[in-house]
Design a protein around this ligand. Structure first.
Ligand SMILES: C[S@@+](CC[C@H](N)C(=O)[O-])C[C@H]1O[C@@H](n2cnc3c(N)ncnc32)[C@H](O)[C@@H]1O
Length: 218
């Protein structure tokens, strides 16, 4: 399988703190999925009323809070950063959460190869890397082809919810989505369910404005 040339993430080391590495080693069997074909998501979330994919769960503290507060929803986290996955599993385990599963891979590949059509109630994309430099804009995860990958996976009435603390990226996201016939929507109020993550906190301390956008599948 080919990863995109313009990766939307920075390749960082696979080693984390001893605690993150230990959590990864002991908890992957509980929370991890190693797909080999199209997944039947209800096998992993048999009791869930909804299934939400969270792309880029980062260091996991916000994701773990969202999961704990919404036990009726199954959350499929997709992340490429192993130490962050270790941290997320450690939080979830401490909270006793069993409504979490994780795939360690680029979201493009996950959507293309393993997620069935019409299987997700929503996709969360919180604080995707903004890639502010002009020459890096092609690395922004929100692009027309990415929307074409996501749209078929979302059920009728479902949505993608994006939050960013980078005003120019919020404008970019709104424009890419406005040009897409696959979604309709726009800016919304900050939802109460989203705790402030490390990345969001850093942005807020620098005086960044946070924008939440929600676009429904057309
Ligand atoms: C800026 S961080 C934000 C993390 C978290 N959502 C938060 O609010 O704290 C973006 C995360 O997205 C992950 N990421 C970026 N592109 C990705 C992709 N194509 N597939 C999976 N994860 C990705 C990165 O590894 C990183 O951990």
């Amino acid at each position: 399988m080919e990863r995109p040339d313009n990766r939307s993430y920075t390749l960082r080391g696979a080693r984390g703190t001893p605690a993150q590495d230990a959590a990864y080693a002991s908890l992957w069997e509980t929370y991890g999925i190693n797909p080999s074909g199209t997944l039947n998501l209800s096998d992993y979330f048999p009791n869930s009323k909804r299934i939400i994919m969270e792309i880029g769960s980062g260091m996991g503290e916000a994701t773990a809070g969202i999961i704990q507060n919404d036990p009726e929803t199954g959350f499929l986290a997709v992340e490429v950063h192993k130490p962050g996955i270790g941290a997320l599993m450690s939080f979830a385990n401490k909270n006793g959460s069993n409504n979490l599963r994780i795939i360690e891979e680029d979201a493009h590949l996950v959507l293309e190869h393993w997620i069935p059509d019409n299987s997700l109630d929503a996709v969360h994309l919180f604080f995707p890397d903004p890639w502010p430099k002009n020459r890096h804009k092609k690395r922004r995860i929100i692009q027309g082809p990415f929307l074409e990958l996501i749209a078929p996976k979302i059920k009728a009435g479902g949505y993608i919810h994006i939050a960013t603390d980078w005003v120019q990226y919020a404008e970019w996201i709104a424009e890419v989505l406005r040009q897409s016939p696959l979604f309709h929507g726009g800016e919304i109020e900050r939802p109460e369910f989203r705790p402030i993550s490390k990345f969001e906190g850093q942005g807020l301390r620098k005086g960044h404005k946070v924008t939440d956008l929600r676009f429904f599948k057309s």
